[in-house]
Structure formats: C-alpha cells, structure tokens
Design a protein around this ligand. Structure first.
Ligand SMILES: Nc1nc2c(ncn2[C@@H]2O[C@H](COP(=O)(O)OP(=O)(O)OP(=O)(O)O)[C@@H](O)[C@H]2O)c(=O)[nH]1
Ligand SMILES: [Mg+2]
Length: 412
C-alpha cells in the first residue's frame, strides 16, 4: 500500500538559496586545503557539531514540588525508567546532581536543593550551586512561590541571568476542582490557576512575567508545549539548534522546529553522499551513498519519534498496536521502513526529475567547485526533503491523535 501513489515534489529549494555563507566558506577552505577527503571530514564534523554544544539548566524549588519529575519528563523518561532521577516523598535532593540528556550528554539539567534548605542557606546559595554555569534557572512550585524563590528570581535577574517560573501538578488541581465544583471544565480550572498565579507573581514584584502551568505526568498538556518553546528561545542563538535536536517532548511546534533544523542539514548530507561511495538505488535511477542515506533517515525517525521503540510506546499509550496505528493514521512510515527495498519503493512514488534538476541547477554553480556536476546531489536533496516531509506529516498526525486523547480524557 502507499507505494502506488504518485507524489509530486515541491520544487522549492529555499534552503539552498539560504546557504550560510560562513559555512560555505569553511567548506571551500577545507576543500582547498585537503581536497575531497578534507571536505568530507569538515562537513561530517559540521553535521555532528550540535552534539558538542554545552547547555546547563538549573532546576530549583522546594522539596516535593516536582523537580526530579520535571527532569525525567524533559529527558523523555518515566520515574521508573532506567537512569531516571529518583522521584517521591522520600527521595529529597540534598546535593546538586547533574542529569545528562540521553540524546546529548552535553545538555544537562541540574537538580538543585531549594534555597534555604539544609546545607543551602540563602546567603551562600548562588556560590554553592555555582550559578555562573547555567543558561537559566527553572524555579518550580506546586502551589505558590516561597519568599526564597522570589528572592532567587530577583538575584538571578540582578546577576544578568534569566529565570523561568513553573507551576506543576495541574492535573491535581483539575481533579480537585472537579470534585469541589461538579460540572466545571478543565479549561476553567486552568484559567483560575493562571489568574491566581499572575496576581501572585505581580504582587511579588514581577509584572508581566509568565508562570508556565504544567503537569509532569502529561508532557504534552497544559503549558508544556509553550515551556519547551521558551526553553529553546531563552538559550543563546547558537545553542538553539542543539536544544531543538535534543528535546524529545514532541509538541507540534517542536516538530516544526525539528523539521527546519533537519532540512538545513540536507544540503550537507548530500555533499557527503556525493563525495562518498554513491551507487544507484535499485530500480529508481537514484545515485546515493546508501549508508549515509539510510543513517540520515534513521536519524529523522528517531528525531520525530517514529523509530520502532517510540512507536511502540505511543501505541501503548493510545491503547492500540503499532500496526493498527500505522493503518489508522495512514502513516507514511508504514511503507517507508528502514530497509533498502522499502526506501526504493518509496522513492519510486516520487516525481523526481524536475526537482532534482532544479536543485542541481542552483547547487552546482555554488558547490560545483568541489562536488562537481554530480548527478546524485540534486536527487539526494530532493529525496531527503520528500522523505523528511513524509515523516514530519506522520509525527504531526501522531501528535494530533495524542492531543485528541488528552482532550477526551479531560472531559470523561
Ligand atoms: N500529579 C502530579 N504529581 C507530580 C507532579 N510532579 C511531581 N509529582 C509527584 O510529586 C512527588 C514528588 O515529586 P519529585 O519529583 O520527587 O519532587 P522533587 O521536587 O524532586 O522533591 P525533592 O527531591 O524532595 O526536593 C512524586 O510523588 C511525584 O510523582 C505533577 O506535575 N503532577
Ligand atoms: Mg527530587
């Protein structure tokens, strides 16, 4: 199924027109210094550079507010997963502890004891937690911020750093409010809490400062999507790409951000593919370096939560099977498997020639000095773009279904 459909490709090639001149210069220099092998090394290094960008994030707040739970949910882990931060009433954090992201060990969340807790008095807190190293502080409450939290927000700001206010445990409020006021809907409870928190921080001297309302057990619900977006935006610009590729809370906006970043890699992947051992893909007249090609598609699947493990997890949470999910949502991944044959079958559904030629026509004059008039370049770009589009549309369909499930739950 699916393989018989013919999909025209969009002839847009704007990512090529937006080639970063600095990057291009560095590629040219590599080529001039060491020919194709040096160019390949340089581009490979560039493709992987997001893994070497350090990001340290402080997570602080009083005991029991959900710091460790937040760290787990940010890392895509459940409290019972291997390597998860220990969670629960008897698992208090007494010392700063670092938790690396499983996808990128350089993105680290620091579980910090709250201000004024044992061994961490207010007057030495910032030195004790080594405040310099963090991009920003996440200050977490499950009710209202304490005087110490407010003090910390002010100090952090005075020292030229940023903070983000977070209020956890929203599902408990929704459930309690539903119990106390039969018939009240989730959105009403959320807006009551929002107003109360806005007044609370305003009274504490923070006008116009948003409090993100979240629930650590529902990482797509409430303000979690906006929080993820804000956490990326508040990082320095040069670290945002690394954050985007590392994050696993696949909200709709994160899926779009990932698409943008992945799309920008295509041109580089195609250069490496053109230099490497390009061979024809059976039956479809496409010449590519298969190992690079398959590796990149695998990377898209992982990034977009479409690898086998992620799909299993999603199917489980939707109370269905992966097979049903694929058919039900008409997922492209259904016929775009990781095997060579399934990729060839997918590629055979694309109308390639026109776009490949357009891409080559634009790319060759720019890149021609080093990749030459290599026929594989245009097709690789066109096919990867098309495969990425197909996978993004799957990720969005899954996100839509998960959001549907959340809204049904909240009215049941
Ligand atoms: N319903 C709900 N429960 C939560 C949430 N966040 C945390 N919890 C629960 O609250 C309890 C305490 O959570 P932790 O994540 O251990 O809190 P903590 O801030 O790390 O606490 P300390 O380590 O003692 O400072 C656990 O039982 C969590 O399951 C949330 O957003 N919603
Ligand atoms: Mg903890």
């Amino acid at each position: 199924m699916g393989a018989s459909k013919s999909k025209p490709l969009s002839p847009e090639v704007k990512d090529l027109e937006e080639l970063d001149p600095e990057e291009f210069e560095s590629f040219k220099e590599a080529f001039n210094n060491g020919g194709l092998s040096e160019l390949k090394r340089k581009v490979d290094e560039d493709i992987d550079k997001w893994k070497n960008v350090p990001v340290n994030i402080a997570v602080t707040g009083n005991s029991g507010n959900g710091k460790s739970s937040f760290i787990n949910s940010f890392r895509g882990l459940k409290a019972y997963s291997e390597g998860a931060a220990k969670v629960g009433v008897d698992e208090t954090t007494f010392e700063p502890k670092d938790y690396m992201h499983p996808i990128n060990k350089n993105i680290v969340l620091w579980d910090l004891p709250g201000v004024g807790t044992q061994n961490f008095p207010k007057n030495t807190y910032l030195q004790a937690v080594d405040f310099h190293k963090y991009e920003y502080f996440l200050i977490i409450t499950a009710t209202r911020f304490t005087e110490n939290d407010i003090w910390l927000a002010n100090e952090v700001q005075n020292l030229g750093k940023k903070f983000i206010f977070i209020r956890t445990k929203m599902s408990i409020d929704v459930s309690n409010d539903g119990h106390d006021n039969p018939g009240i809907c989730k959105d009403d409870t959320v807006s009551k809490v929002r107003q109360a928190m806005a007044k609370h921080v305003k009274d504490a001297g923070f006008e116009e400062i948003r409090v993100f309302l979240i629930d650590n057990h529902f990482p797509l619900d409430y303000d979690f999507p906006d929080l993820i977006e804000t956490m990326i935006n508040e990082a320095p610009k040069w670290k945002q790409e690394a954050m985007t590729l590392t994050m696993t809370n696949l909200t709709k906006s994160l899926i779009h951000r990932k698409k943008d970043v992945l799309q920008k890699r295509i041109m580089k992947v195609a250069i490496v593919s053109a230099i490497g051992g390009a061979v024809p893909l059976p039956g479809v007249g496409l010449v590519v370096d298969l190992s690079i090609f398959i590796e990149e598609i695998h990377f898209y699947r992982k990034q977009l939560g479409l690898d086998d493990d992620s799909l299993q997890e999603i199917a489980r949470s939707l109370d269905t099977t992966v097979e049903h999910l694929k058919v039900d949502l008409q997922l492209n991944s259904h016929f775009l498997g990781a095997s060579l044959r399934s990729i060839a079958a997918f590629v055979s559904t694309l109308v390639l020639s026109e776009v490949a030629e357009t891409v080559s026509a634009i790319a060759i004059p720019i890149l021609g000095s080093f990749v030459g008039a290599n026929i594989s370049y245009g097709s690789t770009v066109a096919v990867l773009r098309s495969i990425l589009d197909a996978l993004v549309s799957d990720a969005l369909a899954i996100n839509k279904r998960l959001m549907q499930q959340l809204s049904e739950q909240s009215f049941s």
